[in-house]
Design a protein around this ligand. Structure first.
Ligand code: SIN
Length: 498
């Protein structure tokens, strides 16, 4: 069959390769150049290789714990059972994961993992190494590649996918297909501070919403705890804490134990909130102390972080560095079954755009590249095969219609910066129901006043506004704190549990 894959991170590249190898005619459409996107920025690695004393069952248990009770156990079982095969496949496609002198894969540890089970490449350049290998693999095939082609909308006729509408070179056109696999990534550009690249504007989720696909869990937005608090957002991998680095306040005290018995290795949402609260209390960023790891080990294990921190004037082997949370990952997205099928026949979603149920309310570190590879392959294998019964819930009609654009008079003038600040302030790490209501109202006003988009930037803004409204609405609807959705209570628990 004719298959369009939209997006060229690990999920899209894996889906495209598997679909091609399965005998389908594949067209890969991507907004930037092939391999642009979030995958190339991933530092930590891919969880899923089990050393002595570890097992797929323990990985599943850690994933379910991090997800705060809202993960889908069947999806988690698929993830951990098929992960090792996908890692082997990456190796076969040329990904040189780091190995010790004995030739064995080196296994790193990150927060909320009970064991070291994360393979990495180039030290802290895992995503870039994977991306290069998969892009080369795609280039070596007859897969048709359309770069700099922006997904405007899904084309859905008689309830089934017929292709996509794209904007490329200033022109809108249609590409026809029997199936569309969305692999467009997340929506970090909703927020003023994010680890995501500029292209992360939620285009696939927005297109799916407009087409009437079921979308869920948008309120679960992950904030990575440790972004260098100097200059443009730059991630300091959780693997640094996994190696033993600590988080300290302005008196040098390890404050994260006040929030959770696992301290720096508590789930990401807990550590991020502890950092935000401590920074607010002391009026300055908290610091990550990696000095105990020594200059040689830091340079060898984390070459990218070592270079960038030094470029920004820090010698992290000699002094603790300032860190702060930033938006990192969207747990929610287009609802899928275990094979990436969405509620629209012929439309699949894989990777961050999808809500497979793996992550629940909070994603476990280094499960995202794994999820992209596992479910990218599964979606390709399921092309053309009938779906098992699966219950999907349609989104409200106000999210569906581009024709709902009409003139209005918003209280505050829309601009992408203003939206990002509003989302950061009111729909961020620490939320209040009043703030969420304020944000939802402002965003609704902006959306109502927007003109129909024409340029790429206008399409991205429209997508961000649609997702912002859906995210604020989802957050308002969830009245209790769970995982990454945290409502400031009147009296706050001192010790957080998962
Ligand atoms: C990190 O290296 O800390 C990020 C890994 C991830 O988001 O899974």
């Amino acid at each position: 069959m004719n298959v369009i894959v939209v997006g060229s991170g690990i999920a899209g590249l894996t889906a495209a390769l598997h679909a091609h190898e399965g005998g389908h005619r594949v067209t890969l459409v991507t907004k930037g150049a092939l391999g642009d996107g979030c995958t190339g920025y991933a530092q930590g690695g891919v969880a899923g290789i089990y050393g002595p004393g570890d097992s797929a069952a323990q990985h599943a248990s850690d994933t379910l714990d991090a997800g705060a009770g809202l993960s889908d156990a069947a999806a988690v079982a698929v993830l951990v059972q098929e992960g090792a095969d996908r890692i082997a496949e990456l190796i076969a496609r040329g990904v040189a994961f780091d190995r010790g002198a004995d030739g064995e894969l080196l296994l790193g540890r990150e927060a909320a993992h009970s064991h070291a089970r994360i393979v990495h490449a180039g030290g802290d350049a895992t995503g870039a190494v994977i991306s290069r290998a998969l892009v080369s693999a795609v280039r070596a095939t007859t897969i048709a590649v359309h770069e700099r082609a922006f997904l405007v909308d899904l084309v859905v006729t008689d309830g089934a996918a017929r292709g996509i509408r794209i904007l490329a070179g200033g022109e809108v056109s249609e590409l026809h297909a029997d199936a569309v696999i969305l692999a467009t990534g997340g929506a970090g550009q909703l927020y003023a501070h994010t680890t995501n690249p500029l292209g992360a504007t939620g285009d696939g989720i927005a297109a799916a919403l407009r087409a009437g696909a079921a979308v869920a869990d948008l309120e679960f937005v992950q904030f990575h705890p440790t972004i260098l608090a100097a200059g443009p957002a730059f991630l300091i991998s959780e693997a640094v804490r996994g190696e033993g680095a600590t988080l300290i306040d302005d008196e040098g005290r390890r404050f994260t134990f006040d929030s959770h018995p696992d301290g720096e290795l508590a789930p990401r949402d807990v550590v991020s909130r502890a950092i935000a609260r401590q920074a607010a209390a002391q009026g300055s960023p908290v610091r990550l102390d990696a000095t105990m790891l020594g200059a040689e080990r830091l340079r060898r294990r984390f070459p990218t972080i070592d270079r960038v921190t030094r470029e920004r004037g820090f010698d992290w082997a000699a002094e603790p560095i300032p860190v702060t949370p930033a938006e990192h990952y969207l747990m929610g997205g287009v609802v899928t079954d275990l094979d990436g099928r969405t509620s629209i026949p012929g439309v699949f979603a894989v990777g961050e755009v999808a809500r497979t149920g793996v992550h629940g309310a909070n994603r476990l570190a280094s499960n995202s590249l794994l999820e992209g590879a596992v479910f990218g392959a599964r979606a390709a294998a399921a092309l053309g095969s009938p779906a098992l019964p699966y219950e999907f819930v349609s989104p409200p009609s106000r999210f569906r219609d581009r024709n709902s654009y009409r003139s209005g008079a918003p209280a505050v003038r829309f601009g992408r910066d203003a939206l990002q600040r509003l989302m950061w302030d009111e729909v961020g790490l620490l939320r209040t129901s009043e703030g969420l209501a304020r944000a939802a109202e402002t965003i609704r006003g902006w959306r109502a006043a927007a003109s129909a988009p024409a340029t790429l930037a206008e399409h991205e803004d429209a997508n961000l506004l649609l997702l912002a409204e859906a995210t604020a609405s989802a957050a308002l609807a969830r009245t209790g704190s769970v995982g990454a959705h945290y409502l400031e209570p009147a009296t706050e628990p001192v010790l957080e549990t998962v």
